[in-house]
Design a protein around this ligand. Structure first.
Ligand SMILES: NC(=O)c1ccc[n+]([C@@H]2O[C@H](COP(=O)([O-])OP(=O)(O)OC[C@H]3O[C@@H](n4cnc5c(N)ncnc54)[C@H](OP(=O)(O)O)[C@@H]3O)[C@@H](O)[C@H]2O)c1
Length: 420
């Protein structure tokens, strides 16, 4: 039996599940460039110019710094007493959907931002060095490799400045099994180790609310790193963390806007109430993450966070869209059993063809986002709770839909596998 989906069935309410079906059908069936060997970072921004251009003689020794304040003598919150321009914030995952906004927000708040990037960044490495530098304006861009601890440590050493805070927005671009462990766990861990060696006493992690119910590899990888981070703080009372677990991003919910405008129905699973979320914009989330750099009330906390307003089901998201378009609502409800069947087939196939491991994982990711809410899971009731999911920011999904109707989905592209 073959499974075929008509083109509009690909347009499920969640871009993640939507993209899964697309994949399923095709598969199943500042400016300154600091390379890892660059001796000195030359910032284009005026921030900390003198500090960043110290001679190699004065560079920070990662463990026994002598010309910069000794890491040992710095109390965990001491960087919080400094002026933002004197606080060095290292951002890894700086070129991602959220990372770019985090860099901008931190730069706007006056921090001295050091952004780690790849020479070819963005989805499928589409951005050149020049484009990356342009995207990360105001930050000191350090081209390095977070997947190799030695390389990353050398890059940070070469910068010649201590790091105060690490912010990680790293994530696997594919969500595949091996890549999730490589990035969401190992590369993020490298950033922790290298950051600590360079003096970092606080780590802000962009995680995901869905790790509360871990059924997917990327969630397990993220949870393992979260546990390492908590352990690092328990073992060293000068070190702190903030773990940010956001609900759904706008990019994951905008996949149907243009199709519905063009007359297609709004497609959703079950009765359209299976999964709800409090969507948060890139700018609002970046602002919340930037708050975590200095806010003492966010120290050593796991912080679930959503956007403004109440939680929205796919049905309600569709209703908003039809209202904006002034059209009569037209929904297509797809039984969730279709996903279960597809996953069953993929799970069977992966036993015979282990190379289909990622295809099977993408199926599970699609199923997960079609059925699970992106809200705080109440431990007492085992139910997702809109009330217990904190809201932050001002950008609403309705305004986002309006913008997409006006300007299209530019800047909201999904990752390599078009799942998230
Ligand atoms: N989508 C949602 O609705 C949602 C909701 C809640 C939480 N989240 C979580 O939010 C996090 C960030 O999401 P995002 O959409 O901002 O991620 P993204 O756009 O995919 O960005 C990923 C970042 O990690 C870097 N990276 C990936 N693989 C790398 C590698 N091999 N070497 C070096 N760097 C690498 C990328 O660098 P390049 O640019 O060089 O590739 C990029 O900077 C994820 O953990 C996700 O689970 C997502």
């Amino acid at each position: 039996m073959s499974i075929c989906f008509s083109s509009h069935v690909f347009n499920l309410h969640s871009a993640k599940s939507q993209s899964f079906l697309t994949r399923f059908s095709s598969q199943f069936i500042n400016q300154i460039q600091v390379s890892s060997n660059s001796p000195c970072a030359l910032p284009s921004s005026p921030l900390n110019l003198s500090r960043l251009c110290k001679s190699s003689r004065e560079r920070l020794n990662p463990i026994t710094a002598s010309t910069t304040p000794s890491v040992e003598t710095v109390s965990p919150t001491s960087f919080r007493n400094k002026n933002p321009k004197d606080i060095n914030v290292l951002v890894v995952g700086s070129t991602g959907y959220i990372g770019k906004f985090v860099v901008k927000e931190l730069v706007d708040r006056g921090f001295n931002v050091i952004a780690i990037a790849r020479e070819k960044s963005g989805i499928r490495g589409k951005n050149s060095k020049e484009e990356t530098l342009n995207q990360l304006k105001g930050a000191n861009v350090c081209f390095s490799d977070v997947t190799h601890l030695d390389t990353l440590e050398k890059s940070l050493e070469n910068l010649g400045v201590p790091i105060d805070v690490v912010v990680s927005c790293l994530a696997s671009r594919s969500g595949g099994v091996k890549d999730s462990w490589k990035i969401d766990y190992e590369a993020t861990k490298n950033s922790l180790v290298a950051g600590k060696h360079s003096g970092a006493s606080h780590f802000v992690l962009l995680s995901a609310i869905c790790v509360q119910k871990p059924l997917l590899e990327f969630q397990r990888a993220k949870l393992k790193f979260e546990a390492d981070l908590v352990r690092a703080a328990a073992e060293d009372n000068r070190f702190t963390y903030s773990i940010v677990r956001p609900t759904a991003f706008f990019k994951s919910l905008g996949g149907q806007v243009e199709l519905v405008r063009d007359g297609k129905p709004f497609v959703m699973f079950g009765d359209g109430k299976l999964c709800a979320c409090k969507p948060i914009s890139e700018a609002d989330l970046a602002s919340f993450i930037a708050d975590c750099v200095l806010s003492e009330d966010k120290i050593n906390q796991v912080l679930p966070i959503g956007g403004p307003g109440k939680a929205l089901t796919p049905l309600e998201q569709g209703e908003i869209l039809f209202r904006l378009l002034g059209k009569e609502p037209k929904f297509l409800k797809v039984p969730i059993g279709i996903m279960d069947f597809a996953i069953g087939v993929l799970d069977f196939l992966v036993k015979v063809f282990p190379s289909m491991e990622d295809a099977a994982e993408f199926g599970k990711i699609g199923r997960y986002y079609a059925a699970e809410s992106m809200l705080v899971l109440d431990p007492k009731t085992g139910e997702y709770s809109s009330e217990q999911t904190p809201s932050y920011g001002k950008d609403t999904l309705e305004k986002f839909f309006e913008r997409v109707l006006r300007e299209g989905m530019a800047g909201q592209e999904l990752g390599e596998q078009t799942i998230f």
